[in-house]
Ligand binder design. Sequence first.
Ligand code: PGA
Length: 258
Amino acid sequence: MTRTLRAPVIAGNWKMHKSPDEAREFLAAFLEAHPEGDRAILFFPPAISVEAAVHAAAERGDVRVGVQNIHWEDEGAFTGEVSAGMAHDTGAQVVLVGHSERRHVFGETDEETGRKVAAALRHGLDVMLCVGETIEQRRAERVDEVILAQLDAGLAEVGTDVLDRISIAYEPVWAIGTGETATPEDASAAHGTLRRRLGQKYGGDAGSSVPLLYGGSVKPENARELLSAPDVDGVLVGGASLDPDSFARIAAAVRRGG
Ligand code: PGA
């Protein structure tokens, strides 16, 4: 199943970078460098900068802002955490769930990702679920097993009726922030595996409508090739999303033949 004709989703994950002032400054520069077009542009600033980013991008129908993480409970004694409802209240429209740094630095489990996805949907946030294998898992030829387990757990409580609020980011852990990028063939293979499972779970048509993004050292120099790969519907960009010009170049990358 190949979906190269769909308009790409270009997402920037700022991680723990950019204060509210810096978010405003970035967006002023980026919005000028990237005129409104057919691409869906998404930013994930730190929670404290979400409101500033929402205001800075308010005039642009092609730009949405999300949060990088939520807690699954609605409220309570969880110092340092933010709930889905609170994130939604700041103007966030999407949440990243299961980013590899959440999984590997903060010990988030597959089961917790499922609870976070359910909480997000309950409170009006769309979800970008991240999955990806470590280098050891890749060497042991366990890529499909790992990413399918992450997919199944993350979507455990997601029915067909809300599937249009879900996107999946395949981010091999060994490619994140390392300068190493999966080849377009590797990305397509993993995306094909995810697409087939979505088809099995939700029916062929439903499965094929979920956007699948690739992430891991995406840069202006490799964005076009990755976006041209079969089953790659967009990119999730970390380091190269921090500079407005570099992110604008990625957002403008034209697909081969498109
Ligand atoms: P990177 O990060 O582009 O810096 O590799 C990607 C991500 O973590 O989403």
